[in-house]
Ligand binder design. Sequence first.
Ligand SMILES: [Fe+2]
Length: 257
Amino acid sequence: MPTRLFHISDVHFGVEDPAALAAVAEAIALEKPDALVCTGDLTQRAKHSEYAAARDWFSALGVPVVLEPGNHDMPYYNPWERFTDPFRRYNALRAAVADGFESADVVLVPLRTTVRAQTRFPWSDGVVKPAALSPAVAAIRALKDAGDPRTIIVIAHHPLLGDEGKPQNPTIGGDAAFAALAAAGADAVISGHVHIPFDQHRSVGGHAMRMIGTGTLSTRLRQDSPACWRVITCEPGGVIATELRLAGAGLGGVQAA
Ligand SMILES: [Fe+2]
């Protein structure tokens, strides 16, 4: 049986969509995916109450959970904590509900794209620093050097590339990171942040990789894109199939990727 992942993102506990979350939880109970991957913006303002709600929801699902933090997951009202220990609250959640996942089909490689501060505004946009990229590339190379046939999926909060056809990439270092990860042998990168789903084959500098994003499960909807999540089915050798699921009230159903 291929490995089935449910990919959700941008739940934004605090302004979450309860109907959308119920739809995902119901699908998990029914279909028992091998793991649930959430690519960040777990909370709206990184409040303790929002993290508590996230902990309650994730811990009740009964499947392995894999998390990456988003820009909303660092303290918003406590600048001291944001600068001294920005991921303390996120790390506590991860320790409580997430234990990592790999299977005979797929390896998930995390890539941190959120930073506590930047030299530009908005701070919400992504940055790929060498200290984040290097271990991800090294992990992929080690798998390839060992002849590991499994599909490799990088998980990040921010899309590494901008919209197709637009010259500007809001993620600093995203183009170089995309090329380095693809050159190392990653098959896909999955992300959230923009609250709009996509599934594209992209290429930078001759290095190609699939770029898959899912929408939000919050009420922060963008450009008429409804609440949604994605089923990602993996087999070795870079074989990936995806299916977008709509989760908004009255929008239950399946949409081809
Ligand atoms: Fe975000």
